[in-house]
Design a protein around this ligand. Structure first.
Ligand SMILES: [Zn+2]
Length: 357
């Protein structure tokens, strides 16, 4: 029998990682005000057999802890011992933000607006540059992990670029309930990855600073499914139903200021005119309903009790112009993380979806 080919060592920074081994490589970025070094820690899992390079990044926004937990669980997967190709995993991109539980860099800049970065710019800009030049350029596929903001959980969802069949194919394999195909904003990591021709999936799930166990499990399984599809891992992915693919989303905002009560859970599909919640005058003079202006699938929601007029309350994927939306939504119900998976952790905001249709 012919011997299968063996991979060459993988070079990252000044470290050479032998086939069949793993290393944590520290890349120098710059110096803090304390004169300590800011480094980017990259886990390199280099398979014995050659194959593609997949990069998984988390906590570009320092308070988006679910992504870090997904990478942590991924790194403990025993099946990665039989990896083909190379998995690069960064549990914390924005280390200063992670330490201070902040979305931002210490100078209050949003790292996810500084890509592709500059070697002579701010610390965030230098961090962006190191990530792009030394890591992303080595990768074929990038999976970037995010969450909603504090008190604003997101339904597990993937963001991809329109017209990129490789991204759509991998996103379907990942199989979240919904895929949003939209242009990335300039300055974002996804925009920079796309400019380099990388296949990039952005996973959004849960909210900042709060572990959402079903969304985390779903993310780990999604990444493993992508690795199987790329033939970096052997075996079959669990059969999941086709996700709903949407090209637009919209917000329903507070029609008045007051105490906000939501009435609809994440994952629920609604018709135009459905009451999503209400805002009540604290002085007791009346309630103002919040209505869906168009048909949509609820992909994000605020859990804040207080709302000023105009605050974004509900984020919906637009179902306008989507063929056979109802049957597709019915199928997405089977893709949702189950609240029953989470009895040992904490309650999750997903609708059971029994009343979706
Ligand atoms: Zn984010």
């Amino acid at each position: 029998m012919a011997k299968s080919p063996r991979a060459e060592p993988f070079q990252l920074g000044d470290v050479s990682v032998a086939p069949g081994t793993r290393e944590r490589v520290q890349l120098d970025v710059g110096t803090y005000l304390t004169s300590e070094s800011l480094r980017l820690a990259v886990h390199v899992l280099h398979g014995r057999r050659p194959g593609p390079v997949t990069l998984v990044t988390a906590a570009i926004h320092g308070d988006e802890t679910n992504g870090t937990e997904i990478v942590r669980r991924l790194l403990r997967e025993r099946r990665l011992k039989r990896l083909a190709g190379t998995l690069l995993a960064i549990p914390i991109v924005n280390r200063p933000g992670f330490v201070t539980r902040s979305r931002y860099m210490p100078d209050r800049r949003d790292l996810n607006r500084l890509f592709p970065g500059s070697p002579t710019g701010s610390l965030g800009s230098r961090l962006a540059k190191v990530l792009i030049d030394e890591v992303v350029k080595r990768a074929d596929v990038v999976i970037d992990l995010h969450t909603g903001a504090v008190n604003r959980p997101n339904l597990p969802q993937l963001r991809i670029s329109p017209g990129r069949s490789a991204e759509l194919e991998l996103a379907r394999v990942f199989a979240p309930p919904v895929i949003l195909a939209g242009e990335p904003r300039e300055g974002t990591f996804r925009h920079a990855c796309r400019a380099l021709g990388k296949t990039c999936l952005l996973y959004e799930a849960g909210e900042a600073l709060r572990l959402d166990t079903p969304a985390i499990r779903f993310g780990v399984q999604g990444v493993l499914s992508v690795l199987r599809q790329l033939q970096m891992l052997r075996g079959k992915s669990p059969i999941r139903r086709l996700p709903l693919v949407c090209s637009r989303s919209f917000w329903e905002r507070a029609p008045a200021g007051g105490i906000f009560t939501p009435l609809v859970s994440l994952g629920r599909a609604v018709e135009a005119g459905t009451q999503l919640g209400f805002v009540a005058d604290p002085h007791g003079t009346g309630d103002t309903p919040v209505l869906a202006s168009r048909p949509g699938l609820l992909i994000g929601r605020t859990n804040d009790a207080a709302a000023d007029e105009g605050d974004g309350l509900f984020h919906l994927a637009s179902l306008e112009g989507i063929d056979q939306a109802e049957s597709r939504i019915a199928r997405t119900a089977e893709n949702l993380p189950s609240a029953h998976d989470d009895e040992d952790d904490h309650p999750v905001p997903y609708d059971s979806l029994n009343d979706t249709i």
